[in-house]
Design a binder for this molecule. Structure first.
Ligand SMILES: Cc1cc2nc3c(=O)[nH]c(=O)nc-3n(C[C@H](O)[C@H](O)[C@H](O)COP(=O)(O)OP(=O)(O)OC[C@H]3O[C@@H](n4cnc5c(N)ncnc54)[C@H](O)[C@@H]3O)c2cc1C
Length: 408
């Protein structure tokens, strides 16, 4: 055996390696920061925000259930001044009158969720982690090679450092490098759409209301940011999206106002636009011996209900608790029996959310006149049916999903 290989097999012992310091990888490290475990977080590049009216154009609607968790972890306190509150939500259809309106007060909550710029959330996680002696954030850094061994994983970093860990976690996004290294395939669903994002300014106050209109070309969301600004996520087929992206600001604003029906007095300013291809995918396996996938590396969904990162944050909390439980009972947390417990807890939530995103997409993508009529009637009926509405709201706020709030 060459001496280099021997070094990898021995390596510097650490307790956990996380690949990817996006919102989900950072959440896992934050949840475990007081555990006494030596955690190494490997991030290939500093995320530079893409600014639009001076705000990061990548935003996330964080549901109230996850806001409570961020509060318990001490993260919310660092970003609350920069978060847009969503106290009500309006959903309506492009063709019909039927629409839904949810109010936080109906759930006895002060808000349904918040809208946060991704850069703000990432920064808050990093501030919290700065105080931890046990979490090392290596950035920019990448893994050169991985050696799967029965008692651990050898991780050779590009900088030349060699680590050995009982568990490696892939939080490296939808195109996960680690998932590829483990030869894990994905089920894919190409929506044939792009999501156009930008910051915009309405003439009047957004009244902390999140609005979503299902157009025949795809959903268009107008989400309240802190201050007077809003964020849009406009999903459209590639050719339509390319046309919208090529318009001048003035013409884009005109299209936006036509499609939003002059909401909040109309949009009067629009920032730089960016676009992201929209794909749904699910890894065939989210665990393997000594490997767990979390966040978009495990599953990516259409942003139409703004739930993608919310699923990932819940993955991180459940995995953190399983690692801690295994440690308490002197189990090896890279063992597949421990990782299967994480997988079994997360799959119902992940599969149910993916199925409802697909159902919503199909419901609003179909354009047969009879279906459109039925859809409008259905929305009106739902607007009046207290029980069904309560159920929908519970899902949209994540308040009914059992996830640990602190890791013990
Ligand atoms: C248009 C749009 C709007 C959205 N809106 C919402 C919303 O409102 N609410 C919501 O919940 N979700 C939303 N989502 C989904 C959400 O953005 C994702 O679910 C979320 O970013 C996933 O986080 P993550 O940390 O798993 O992955 P990522 O955000 O992709 O982070 C992965 C990290 O890993 C790093 N990395 C990658 N490869 C390597 C490597 N080889 N080595 C080291 N590091 C690596 C990357 O640099 C990155 O920092 C939206 C998505 C889109 C496209």
């Amino acid at each position: 055996m060459s001496s280099a290989k021997k070094e990898i097999q021995q390596g510097e012992a650490v307790d956990l390696v996380i690949v990817g310091a996006g919102m989900v990888g950072l959440m896992l490290a934050t949840a475990l920061r007081h555990s006494g475990l030596h955690i190494v977080l490997v991030e290939r590049a500093e995320t530079e925000p893409q600014l639009s009216l001076n705000r990061d154009c990548r935003v996330s609607a964080i549901v109230q259930g996850n806001v409570h968790i961020l509060q318990s972890l001490g993260v919310w306190q660092l970003l609350q001044d920069k978060a847009g509150l969503m106290t009500s939500m309006r959903i309506w259809d492009g063709q019909e009158q039927g629409g839904l309106r949810f109010e936080a007060a109906e759930m006895n909550e002060d808000k349904l969720g918040v809208l946060v710029e991704n850069a703000v959330l990432i920064d808050a996680f990093k501030q919290v982690l700065k105080e931890s002696m046990d979490v090392e954030l290596l950035c920019p850094e990448q893994i050169a090679s991985i050696t799967w061994q029965h008692d651990g994983v050898g991780v050779a970093l590009k900088s030349g450092r060699n680590l050995k860990t009982p568990l490696i976690v892939g939080a490296d996004g939808a195109r996960s490098w680690l998932r590829e290294q483990a030869d894990i395939d994905v089920f894919q669903r190409d929506y044939g759409q792009k999501g156009i994002v930008a910051t915009v300014k309405p003439r009047f106050s957004h009244q902390n209301t999140a609005c979503q209109r299902f157009l025949d070309t795809g959903p268009l969301a107008l989400l309240p940011m802190s201050g007077e600004l809003c964020s849009i996520v406009w999903s459209a087929k590639h050719d339509r999206a390319d046309v919208l992206l090529a318009l001048s600001d003035e013409n884009f604003m005109h299209e936006l106002n036509l499609n939003l029906g002059g909401l909040f007095g109309g949009i009067v300013e629009v920032g730089k636009r960016a676009a992201f291809p929209l794909q749904g995918q699910l890894a065939r396996h989210i665990v393997r011996p000594r490997l767990a996938l979390i966040g978009d590396a495990a599953h990516a969904i259409h942003p139409l209900a703004g739930l993608g990162v919310n699923l990932g944050l819940r993955d991180a909390m459940v995995l953190a608790q399983e690692v801690m439980d295994a440690r308490k009972f002197d189990e090896d947390w890279g063992d597949i029996s421990v990782l299967n417990r994480y997988m079994k807890q997360r799959m119902p939530d992940v599969l149910a959310t993916m199925a409802s995103m697909e159902a919503l997409h199909q419901t609003f993508a179909a354009q047969w006149p009879a279906w459109i009529k039925l859809r409008g009637l259905g929305m009106k009926a739902m607007g009046n049916a207290g029980v069904i509405k309560q159920l929908l709201m519970k899902n949209a706020t994540g308040l009914n999903i059992s996830v640990p709030h602190t890791i013990e």
